[in-house]
Design a protein around this ligand. Structure first.
Ligand code: C2E
Ligand code: CA
Ligand code: CA
Length: 857
């Protein structure tokens, strides 16, 4: 006994009438300090059997049972002053010197004690003193904490046991407690039902006492598992049961209680009944269920987010992840422990960086900078190698408040990435033959110019075309024409030495580039071989089509300061002049370039004069092509296209004078004229059709943006004509928006601010990245006619156009298809979800006067 530390007694205080009952609480503690809880307490959970009732008055009406007032005051001081925890020997001495001896205990043995208040909601129920003799080390802070927690947890139980032990069922004490005290006999008939029970269940003591508990609140029990029989079995087996249960009051209100039920045994250890102390925890339970709800809602929200989402703490540890994320993360073959809650999200990213994955670098940098707080949000695109091939994702990382969670939302962008790669390829390649295009040639020339060994060397180019190709097209139809071009491309591929670069310049024109005129085989010989080889008959649907081939060969030597574009132009112009020469010599031959063939450039100079004159004389024209809604064929607006009527000559389209549009002396004034003329057209069209929604689109090139304040001109022109700027649509090519300086994009923003719309022309032919597109103030995209031309017949174009439409819609833009020539194309586009179209099928560009007259309004 001296060796063991002791649990001594509980002082039940706080009774309304000021009485303090001394109740020993051994029974209660023995059952609540179960082996698993007792581990840390072994040695001082005492057996105080010896102290039992012999030392505690069991007649509570006996005034001698009342703790002396000084003890009562000291204990109350303890409770109200919050003094709880360890008291050393001296403090204990001073306590007892104030309080006087606590009855029936030898305080000389106390060396260290823990005072643990027992509080029931609303009032102090007493204090338990745990104490140790001097032979044992004093209580440590941790031990005191355990005891305090334990006491807090066990208070209802202690009270219940104390009550049971002392058969206090019908005493004032029970009546004054805020807990429902219910005593039952072995048949679960109610013996005691205190006022708190009446309040909790809405059943009066009179109605309850004598009746089986099952006819009271257990009848309403929600949880069948908690059936009375089971509760009783459990109770008999363990002598004690406690836990949260949900019950119903008589009025049907759901009552959540923390129940402590303890058996009462007689001297022969037979169970004579049980006491339940039920604490109303409805508030706590609902608060807790709100927390649970919030948590499960968080997961619902994450699951519904539609993207793979992970929430990280400030150290990058995953604290929540939705199902989509887990599914995808596990599909990479990563083990659960690496991707689920508790894992370090960054470590696989670091591993990827270490393994040399270049896409992981920006992702890691982004994550680290958001974690460190140097930025709040950002996104990165990265590759993830999965067993079925590489997948691409974007991660949008954002911090939610300072020192708060970091949300990482992932989207798979594999298809878009593929599309971007395809389009990047499409930018430099010809769709029909998959040969390089003019841009590809320019890049190739540029690379050759960069090689030091190329200095002083001549570049060579063959330009060739199929003789009479337009006749083939007309006779056999365009699909057959396309087939011929594909065969020619294939033959060029087989016939050309691999060091040469083959491109399709457009139409039936091809070119072959050599970075040295005099390689193993002189370029003229190569051209001759191509001419002979390509001219084999071609089988088109069983018909033998005989073609011939004309080629021109030219050379050029880059000088200091020449740009690749200039060299490319020079090569093409010369070789083309030679090709024309071959044609004029009777076709099916190869000619070499001679300077006297350059007369053409002289005529180009003359043409520039003429065009400039036409601009200033006001003889240029804008023609208007209808833009229609695919859903109902209604005309929503027009695109203005420039035409040059030559005196006594044909009406020229930009194909014949495109380079003129960007001439330094022409670009600006021309754009000014276009804006003014388009604004006048808006006024006429709106008035004529009595429709204020008709818009007119006008084309503005990069050069024109740089040479003219387009925004200012639009503002002035529309104001003086009395129309809103929103009547105008500015069509700008994607490539124009890539111009190095920001002037084009700045102007677009200003134009957009005015209310005019911006359409991205030739969508799909020039773009490098979506990020770039997102940053532009664009309202619609126009899918180029090179793509539209193939829909319905060529699966590649079909897939591409579908992807472009989806991309446009993804960006929140309307999509207009250009160059629609057949009903089949139109129907296909309507089905694919495209919004508007224009093309020869519906309407050829027409003079404004003709358009107004045709509508007969
Ligand atoms: P764009 O902006 O792509 O214009 C569409 C071109 O497609 C127009 O050629 C139009 O006549 C043609 N087109 C329309 N429907 C069909 C069809 O069903 N089939 C075919 N094969 N073609 C169709 P256009 O008028 O020759 O203009 C060519 C390019 O010249 C324009 O391409 C635009 O980039 C430029 N352009 C035209 N007018 C202006 C202008 O006023 N200023 C500037 N800077 N550029 C202009
Ligand atoms: Ca256009
Ligand atoms: Ca276009």
């Amino acid at each position: 006994m001296a060796e063991a530390a002791r649990l001594m007694l509980g002082l039940l205080t706080g009774l309304g009438d000021g009485r303090v009952d001394v109740i020993q609480a051994v029974g209660a503690l023995r059952s609540c300090v179960r082996p698993e809880l007792a581990d840390g307490l072994v040695g001082w959970v005492p057996s105080l059997a010896a102290h039992r009732l012999s030392q505690v008055p069991n007649d509570h009406d006996d005034e001698s049972a009342t703790v002396p007032e000084n003890v009562q005051v000291a204990v109350q001081n303890l409770l109200s002053g919050g003094t709880q925890g360890i008291l050393d020997h001296d403090e204990l001495q001073s306590l007892t010197s104030v309080a006087g001896p606590i009855p029936s205990h030898d305080q000389s043995e106390w060396a260290s004690a823990v005072f643990a208040p027992m509080s029931m909601p609303g009032q102090a129920a007493g204090v338990i003193i745990y104490w140790r003799s001097a032979q044992r080390p004093p209580f440590s802070t941790q031990e005191a904490d355990v005891l305090l927690t334990l006491t807090n947890r066990c208070t209802p139980l202690i009270v219940a046991t104390a009550l049971a032990d002392h058969q206090l069922f019908d005493r004032d004490l029970a009546d004054s407690l805020p807990e429902a005290i219910i005593a039952v006999d072995p048949d679960f008939r109610v013996l005691r039902w205190n006022p708190a029970a009446e309040r909790l269940y809405g059943i009066s003591a009179e109605d309850a006492i004598g009746n089986p508990l099952a006819t009271l609140y257990f009848t309403h029990y929600d949880d069948p598992e908690m059936h009375t029989d089971r509760a009783w079995e459990e109770l008999v087996r363990t002598d004690h049961w406690e836990g949260y249960v949900t019950q119903k009051s008589k009025a049907g209100r759901t009552v959540s209680v923390f129940a402590s039920v303890t058996t009462v045994r007689d001297d022969l250890a037979r169970i004579v009944g049980a006491v339940a102390v039920n604490r109303d925890t409805s508030d706590i339970v609902s608060a807790r269920s709100r927390v649970n709800l919030a948590e499960s809602m968080l997961y619902d929200v994450l699951d519904a987010a539609g993207s793979m989402t992970v929430v990280l703490d400030g150290n990058g540890i995953i604290v929540a992840a939705n199902r989509e994320w887990l599914d995808v993360a596990l599909a990479t073959g990563a083990p659960m422990a690496v991707v689920s809650v508790g894992a370090d999200y960054l470590s696989p990213v670091r591993a990827a960086v270490a393994a040399g994955d270049v896409t992981a670098g920006p992702a890691l940098e982004l994550l680290e900078s958001v974690l460190s707080g140097s930025r709040n949000t950002g996104s990165a695109e990265y590759r993830c190698d999965r067993p079925d091939g590489p997948h691409w994702y974007t991660m949008d990382v954002s911090r939610v408040g300072p020192d708060r969670a970091i949300v990482v939302a992932h989207r798979e962008v594999t298809d878009r990435h593929r599309l971007e790669v395809e389009l990047a390829h499409g930018r430099t390649h010809d769709l029909l033959t998959d040969l390089g295009n003019r841009l590809w040639l320019e890049e190739r020339v540029s690379r050759s110019m960069a090689e030091p060994s190329q200095e002083g060397r001549e570049f060579g180019l063959i330009v060739c075309d199929v003789d009479g190709f337009s006749a083939i097209n007309e006779a056999l139809g365009y699909p057959s024409g396309d087939k011929v071009l594909r065969v020619v491309a294939d033959r060029l591929r087989t016939l050309c030495p691999p060091t040469l670069g083959i491109v399709r310049l457009g139409g039936d024109q091809f070119a072959v580039f050599a970075d040295s005129m005099w390689g193993a085989v002189p370029l003229v010989d190569v051209a001759e071989r191509l001419r002979a080889g390509v001219a084999e008959p071609i089988d088109i649907d069983g018909r033998q089509v005989v073609i011939s081939f004309s080629a021109g060969v030219a050379a050029a030597m880059p000088k200091n300061g020449d740009t690749p574009a200039e060299i490319t132009s020079e090569l093409i112009n010369r070789a083309d002049a030679a090709r024309m020469d071959a044609k004029s010599q009777g076709r099916n031959r190869v000619r070499h370039y001679r300077p006297d063939l350059r007369d053409q450039s002289v005529s180009a100079l003359l043409m520039r004069h003429d065009f400039s004159d036409a601009l200033h004389a006001g003889t240029l024209e804008l023609h208007y092509q209808q833009i229609r809604r695919l859903a109902d064929e209604s005309v929503i607006g027009y695109e203005a296209l420039i035409r040059w009527p030559r005196p006594n000559g044909p009406l020229l389209t930009p194909a014949s004078f495109a380079e003129m549009l960007d001439e330094p002396t022409i670009a600006g004034p021309l754009a000014q004229w276009t804006i003014k003329t388009a604004v006048e057209a808006v006024v006429s069209l709106r008035e004529h059709f009595a429709d204020q929604s008709v818009r007119v689109g006008l084309n503005v090139s990069a050069r024109q943006f740089l040479d003219l304040d387009v925004a200012g001109n639009i503002q002035r022109a529309s104001r003086s004509a009395g129309i809103p700027s929103s009547a105008l649509v500015v069509e700008v090519t994607e490539t124009a928006t890539f111009t190095d300086n920001h002037r084009v994009v700045d102007q677009l923003n200003r134009i957009h601010d005015l209310g005019a719309l911006i359409a991205l022309d030739d969508f799909g032919t020039g773009f490098s990245s979506l990020t770039h597109l997102r940053a532009l103030p664009v309202d619609s995209v126009k899918v180029d006619k090179t793509f539209t031309g193939g829909v319905g017949t060529d699966p590649t174009s079909g897939a591409l156009v579908r992807a472009l439409i989806a991309l446009g819609h993804d960006l929140g833009l309307t999509v207009i298809a250009e160059g629609v020539e057949t009903a089949a194309q139109r129907d296909w586009l309507a089905e694919a979800g495209c919004d508007y179209y224009q093309g020869f099928l519906a309407h050829r560009p027409a003079r404004l006067a003709d358009e107004l007259a045709a509508s007969g309004n």
